[in-house]
Design a protein around this ligand. Structure first.
Ligand code: PMP
Ligand code: GLN
Length: 381
């Protein structure tokens, strides 16, 4: 029997797949994996269909369709004052995940150390390890998951290659403040450290707060890959389209990997999205749209026994059940699906060491009736 030595021996199937499968098995309401249960704007479907019917069905240019890259560059300029050149500094990818993987592929060599803030989106650590890099996790704790930047400094070594950021953050819903960014600027000044800033939730931020994109800060921009996802922006997670922004020096290397990773991505969808996004209200209204859902979900959940953790952005709400039970969070998540018919994500899945703070994550990118029905079930607990 021929077999291969696993490059990721500690890795199983992702928690999103596991929980969504369980939800299906138990016919539960699926608030685990992050995706909307309502349709995207029909105008977007019309634009994509139009592009297909007009015959835009062959390979797109390797970095993406110029019309879409131009639009993204304009958006970054308008919102953050960042002068990204659409020809050399913007690349369209097959979702945020591929943008992250490609940025890491272009940057990480064996022995390089990468600092990540945990709980962290689950693709970062395996991608770093696959490339021979070493993950240096900094564990944050509920309820506020604040970063002590002096602790970050302690993780630095001669081999520190990159820091991965994610604001608004999945799964905690926390956001980086201007103070955090200033600390990051001080810490990285006069170093060669790269930043990968995963900003897939940049347009989902609540209570009038500002998204401190890395693109806003020239000193950080120069050392950063910024990644984004149209799945989040357009309620189309199944389309797997996203993009990466980076200064030309970095983007040149990114594209060397991208061209042999996917070469280019879905042409009619790129064109459809480019035409659809000409109207900025399509994404500038997202925060208000999701804030209404967050407020409804939080007010419904306040009738349950769970303790709500803060949620400043993203479409995830975390709760603590530490005061109710000693059960491990993965067991708790399984019993919620099996006995109460609601699927969630155990947050220990986002820590390298599976640190368990008795916290579960729920996705509220759902119809009002889905959220109401789910909480009715959770009230029985
Ligand atoms: N980063 C974070 C923080 C995410 O939550 C997700 C999931 N949407 C991604 C990256 C991946 O995005 P995509 O589905 O476009 O690959
Ligand atoms: N980003 C989504 C989440 O965090 C789903 C990602 C996935 O299924 N890989 O739930």
């Amino acid at each position: 029997m021929i077999s291969i030595q696993s490059k990721l021996p500690g890795v199983g199937t992702t928690i999103f797949t596991v929980m969504s499968k369980l939800a299906e098995e138990y016919k539960a309401i699926n608030l685990s994996q992050g995706f909307p249960d309502y349709p995207c704007d029909p105008k977007l479907i019309t634009e994509v269909t139009k592009a297909m019917k007009k015959g835009f069905n062959q390979y797109a240019p390797m970095p993406g369709l110029p019309a879409l890259r131009e639009l993204i560059a304009e958006k970054a300029h308008h919102l953050y004052g960042a002068p990204y050149d659409p020809d050399t500094e913007v690349t369209i990818t097959a979702g945020g995940t591929q943008a992250i993987f490609t940025a890491l592929g272009a940057s990480i060599s064996p022995g390089d150390e990468v600092i990540i803030f945990e709980p962290a989106y689950d693709s970062y650590a395996p991608a770093v390890k696959l490339l021979g890099g070493l993950v240096k996790p900094y564990e944050l704790a509920p309820p506020n998951y604040e970063i002590d930047w002096e602790m970050v400094r302690k993780l630095f070594s001669a081999n520190t290659k990159m820091i991965i950021l994610n604001s608004p953050q999945n799964p905690t819903g926390c956001i980086l403040s201007e103070k955090d960014i200033k600390a990051l600027i001080r810490l990285t000044r006069n170093t060669d450290i790269l930043i990968l800033s995963d900003e897939v939730y940049e347009h989902i931020i609540f209570d009038g707060q500002t998204h401190h994109s890395i693109a806003l800060y020239p000193e950080l921009r120069e050392r950063s890959f910024i990644t984004a996802s149209f799945g989040k922006l357009l309620h189309t997670t199944g389309w797997k389209l996203g993009y990466c922004l980076a200064p030309e020096r970095l983007m040149k290397e990114f594209r060397k990997v991208h061209q042999f990773n996917v070469f280019s991505v879905n042409t009619p969808m790129q064109l459809g999205i480019a035409n659809y996004l000409k109207d900025p209200s399509t994404y500038l209204g997202l925060s208000a749209f999701f804030q209404e859902k967050r407020d409804l979900f939080r007010s419904l959940l306040s009738e349950t026994k769970f303790k709500l953790l803060p949620c400043n952005g993203s479409y995830f709400q975390c709760i603590s059940y530490a005061h109710l039970s000693n059960e491990k969070d993965n067991e708790m998540a399984v019993s919620l699906v099996r006995d109460y018919g609601v699927a969630s994500i155990p947050v220990s899945a986002f820590y390298t060491k599976h640190t368990d703070h008795s916290v579960l994550r729920f996705c509220f990118a759902k119809k009002q009736e889905t959220l109401e029905k789910a909480v009715q079930r959770l009230m029985k607990l």
